[in-house]
Design a protein around this ligand. Sequence first.
Ligand SMILES: *Cc1c(COP(=O)(O)O)cnc(C)c1O
Length: 406
Amino acid sequence: MRDDTPTAPSLAHGPRTLAIPGPSIIPERVLRAMHRPSPNIYTGPLVDLTHSLIPDLKAVARTEHAATIYIGNGHAVWEACLANTHARGDLVLIPRTGTFADGWGEIAEDLGLRVEYLDFGNRTAMDAAAIGQRLRDDTNHEIRSVLAVHVDTSSSVRSDIAAIRAEMDAAGHPALLQADCMASLGCDRFEMDEWGADVMIAGCQKGLMTPAGMAFVFYNDRADRARERADCVTGYWDWRPRTNPDYYFRYFYGTGPTHHLYGLREALDMIVHEEGIENVWARHAVLAGALHAAFDTWEAPGGLELNVRNPADRSNAVTAVRLPDHGTRLRDWAEHQVGVTLGIGLGMAPRDSPEADGFFRVGHMGHLSAHSMMGTLGAIQAALVALDVPHGGDGLAAAARAIAGR
Ligand SMILES: *Cc1c(COP(=O)(O)O)cnc(C)c1O
């Protein structure tokens, strides 16, 4: 008989946790809701269930305007929102706080739009006043949209969307304000109507706790007026037939994402009807506060450091960490020895350079309790000790105090 017993025992057997910034943990309830035979897609319960999702999606987005569901990921709705609001050759302004701005810009360029970036680096929020100044300089109103990523998942920088709207209004500029809330929806507070976003896009696999495969475009009447002059939108991407469709098939321009719809129904029950969106945001804020307290305590010269220095610019959904030389080692150790999977660093250094090993990210979006946050932080503290990474005080104790409200 062959003896496959590894020499060094791993402590990762038992429950594991996924702490990457999307896809996020799928609750058992959501998985179970999806475990069923294929439904009829012409009449019956699935049709009513789909109708019922729309008001709940709007409740999470905090909008009274239109909501559409696409079968696709974030890239799909990056394209969908632009295709419905622009003509080829239009200029869009992209304030940049990380690589997700670049991703959206590439899609814009592929559609034949002209892209101008306003780069704010990857450690601080967008400077709304600088955006306002650029718009005031645009006296011919060439800029047709400002494309703002609310939380950039690579840097974990969160920007102030309401402040950007205030600057746009003060400049008297008619551009649309389009927000990417892929990472933040259902985690960080976002108020589409009150903050004056004309378009908002998000997906189902992060704060909404549903397997990847559906994404959403929310848009108001101003954005729909821009649809009149859009010249690169095709039938499939057109948001109009998908909004209040005259027959079920038009919701999705074909067969709906049947099982995802059951999953999303369950997730929205949890978020909107059981916990309540305000409480969901509050939970994310307290848990993120515990995580920030831990990292601020661990911080040490030659050791780890939160990427975003200003607490007001930090997201409640994802956290990027700088740990020169040890980032990849720590991630590997936590995964193999403790069963906690942390996220890779993204966009901080060229992928093949040695510096690329100096980062990791923690995803804390969606199905996350104080218990799971403490578990993830405990794994990181154990890794710091095991790998002799320079670190300061007892971060886990600081997190416990934050959760205890002390
Ligand atoms: C995840 C994410 C995307 C891309 O989503 P995909 O589903 O991977 O295409 C876009 N923007 C932000 C801010 C994200 O976090």
